[in-house]
Design a protein around this ligand. Structure first.
Ligand code: FAD
Ligand code: NAD
Length: 472
């Protein structure tokens, strides 16, 4: 096959890669997007954000029908669920979205190439060798290459994934039956989201976490509250637990761990989900040969313009530094496309929200109290609880808190941390406030519709100046 030449070749079709390719095409660049798997959309659409949210929603509906309706005066004689139907619904959503991305790429006249991409040093222009499933190889060249190859689960020594009893997140999204006793290694985002799914469907869930807290990175006060609420829902936590191994014996898996004092413990379950983080995925990419340097954690090093140590080769998303989030990857994809087209791309990392889709949801943007203290930044905190909000009462969702952190001298919003129903939607307002450099007073002076949960955020902004209206 003759060599094909492009302005830009993007390797990877996750939220970073496909969004970058589309923006490149919109800006008039001849673009190809290489993806090793037959479906488009990467981790996020295939085995990440989307299937996990589909199962979180289905399991929450079931749990709510079982436990949440009586308070509303709604009774039903029997509630049951069909796991196959839930999984089928999840698959249908994934198929629709991954198919949608393929259509978007085609409509934007992007050459969507299936095969494994590898960087090939080739003088002035850049070449990517693409190896198809059948072993055939073709070469494409471009003025610029964007690496968007994402991440993979971090393995844990002594805990070998077998795809059945000991699984990563992909396995835990597809159990064919509800585990009797699911042991989670890691109380991070994946552990708490997928632990919630299987707990709601009836599994006993034990969480083993190395640190003395859950959700590292989330504001300490909110994380503490999250642990309390999730423990009330039946998740059993052992903190300060360093897992040393997992052994399968028939249908049982024994997980061994050490406590902080070195005491040995074991817990036996029938399934284990190991979710101790994700690592950048650069296997077989040929980074070293192409002069693309990795840092000490295996992430591709980039400068402020997302350029790697090899001129003309860029990288975005999970494979570089920063939070492993789909929207962060997307924004970097757009920024790099604009840079490649001669514009000025930029991502404001202070305004990237993150959300944990447990119930209630946990959402954050900007700096935590711990970070502000460590940096010596003077701040004032405004807090308001869902319990005093009319809409929260009507929803039966009074368990929640919004905390706004503003600079003590300028009143500029520096961070917002929420635990409560629909926190993931509420956080958008705080992200916009940070992006626009708003003060807590700006947020407080904006009219918020009544009765809405957004009023909690406004009251928290008022509370920064200790003038919340509905606080006794
Ligand atoms: P990816 O989505 O990982 O895409 C990389 C693509 O590159 C893959 O399709 C891969 O096959 C392809 N690839 C790799 N190497 C090659 C090669 N050599 N040649 C060709 N193709 C290659 N984030 C959120 O923001 N919200 C959530 O709710 C959320 N939920 C998650 C739930 C789970 C269970 C998991 C695992 C992750 C979740 N994430 C969530 C994280 C999110 O999925 C990632 O941050 C996001 O997908 C990163 O996008 P990316 O484009 O950098 O990489
Ligand atoms: P994580 O970093 O969120 O949590 C991993 C946890 O495992 C940490 O609390 C860590 O202390 C613990 N741990 C590490 N080694 C351990 C050991 N030996 N024994 C016990 N505990 C141990 O990682 P994750 O949950 O695997 O998720 C990976 C990434 O995927 C996240 O960083 C996040 O960016 C992304 N993700 C995002 C969402 C979302 O946005 N809603 C959902 C899922 C995943």
């Amino acid at each position: 096959m003759p060599e094909t030449r492009y302005d830009v070749v993007v390797i990877g079709s996750g939220p970073g890669g496909y969004v970058c390719a589309i923006r490149c095409a919109q800006l008039g660049l001849k673009t190809a997007c290489v993806e090793r798997y037959p479906t488009r959309g990467g981790t996020c659409l295939n085995v990440g954000c989307i299937p996990s949210k589909a199962l979180l929603e289905s399991s929450e509906r079931y749990h709510d029908a079982l436990h949440g309706l009586e308070a509303h005066g709604v009774t039903s004689s029997s509630v049951s669920f069909d796991l196959d139907a839930m999984m089928q619904r999840k698959r249908a959503i994934v198929d629709q979205l991954t198919g949608g991305v393929a259509t978007l790429l085609a409509r934007n006249k992007i050459d969507s190439i299936t095969g494994r991409g590898r960087l090939v040093s080739d003088g002035a222009s850049h070449a990517v060798a693409v190896v198809a499933e059948d072993g055939s190889e073709r070469r494409i060249t471009a003025d610029a290459v964007v690496i968007a190859t994402g991440s993979k689960p971090t393995p844990l020594r002594g805990v070998d994934f077998d795809g059945d009893r000991i699984v990563d997140s992909t396995g835990a999204l597809s159990f064919s039956e509800v585990p009797e006793h699911l042991v989670l290694i890691g109380a991070g985002v994946i552990g708490l989201e997928l632990g919630s799914v299987w707990r709601r469907l009836g599994a006993r869930v034990t969480v083993l976490e190395y640190l003395d807290r859950v959700l590292p990175g989330i504001d300490g006060e909110i994380a503490k509250q999250a642990k309390k609420v999730l423990a009330r829902q039946g998740l059993e936590f052992s903190l300060g637990a360093r897992v040393t191994g997992a052994r399968v014996d028939g249908d049982a898996v024994t997980v061994t761990w050490l406590d902080a004092a070195g005491g040995e413990h074991a817990v036996v379950g029938d399934r284990v989900l190991c979710a101790v983080g994700r690592r950048p995925y650069t296997d077989g990419l040929g980074c070293v040969e192409a002069g693309v340097a990795l840092d000490e954690r295996g992430r591709i090093e980039v400068d402020g313009s997302f350029q790697t140590t090899a001129p003309g080769i860029f990288a975005i998303g999970d494979v570089i530094r920063g939070a492993m989030l789909a929207h962060k990857a997307e924004d970097e994809g757009i920024a790099v496309a604009e840079i490649l087209a001669g514009g000025a791309g930029h991502v404001n990392y202070d305004a990237v929200p993150s959300i944990v889709y447990t119930h209630p949801e946990i959402a954050a943007v900007g700096r935590t109290e711990e970070e502000l203290k460590a940096a010596g930044v003077p701040y004032t905190a405004g807090r308001f609880r869902y319990a005093a909000n009319g809409r929260a009462m009507a929803l039966g969702e009074t368990d929640g808190l919004v905390k706004i952190l503003a600079h003590a001298e300028t009143d500029r919003v520096l961070g917002c941390h929420i635990i409560g129903a629909r926190a993931g939607d509420l956080i958008a307002e705080a992200a916009l406030a940070i992006e626009l450099g708003a003060s807590a007073e700006d947020v407080a002076r904006s009219c918020h519709a009544h009765p809405t949960l957004a009023e909690v955020l406004r009251e928290a902004a008022l509370d920064v100046a200790k003038r919340a209206i509905h606080k006794a």
